[in-house]
Design a protein around this ligand. Structure first.
Ligand SMILES: [Zn+2]
Length: 176
């Protein structure tokens, strides 16, 4: 039996408006790979349920791909970025980190402590893991923009931009 939460989500899904069904992936891919044509846009943003890229950018269906992870960290997004680039010929990546992010409240040491209690046999591996803690939002954006710009896995002519989001006003500020 699904929980009440899952039941509620499934019930809302039943109200999905099929009239808004998106185009097929193969058609989008063909268009984005056509010479001189448009290229794909990817937004990397935090998993935080209060911060929804489709809302703060008012995105339409098929307009941009969204990768979300804790903090919106680029190191975590790289696998998806590489796969999406193969599918959708990415031209622009927008990294968004936000104010009052959970990752500014939970240092990597705290995540490691919890994981070591849960899986002490993996202590050594856990010590070598990065969880993407953020001490300064502008600084983490600069770090992630630089990380992607120097990644040999991504196209050299990719436009990579970083923005901080004030989650209460919805205002985005470019971080150079
Ligand atoms: Zn966050």
């Amino acid at each position: 039996m699904p929980s009440d939460k899952v039941s509620s989500l499934l019930e809302r899904n039943r109200n999905f408006n099929v009239a808004l069904a998106p185009p097929y992936a193969a058609d989008i891919s063909r268009k984005l790979h056509s010479p001189g044509g448009p290229r794909g846009t990817v937004i990397i943003s935090c998993s935080d349920p209060r911060v929804i890229p489709e809302q703060y950018f008012n995105l339409g269906r098929g307009e941009a791909a969204v990768i979300r992870n804790a903090g919106g960290r680029a190191s975590d997004a790289i696998r998806s970025l590489a796969a999406l680039d193969a599918i959708a010929n990415i031209g622009t990546v927008i990294i968004v980190h936000h104010t009052d992010c959970g990752m500014t409240h939970m240092p990597d040491a705290g995540v490691r402590k919890m994981l070591k209690e849960r899986a002490p046999e993996l202590s050594e591996e856990i010590d070598g893991m990065q969880f993407g803690e953020i001490t300064d939002v502008d600084e983490s954006i600069r770090e992630d923009v630089a990380f992607l710009r120097k990644s040999p896995l991504l196209s050299r002519d990719l436009d990579i931009l970083g923005y901080s989001l004030d989650m209460h006003s919805g205002r985005l500020t470019e971080v150079e």
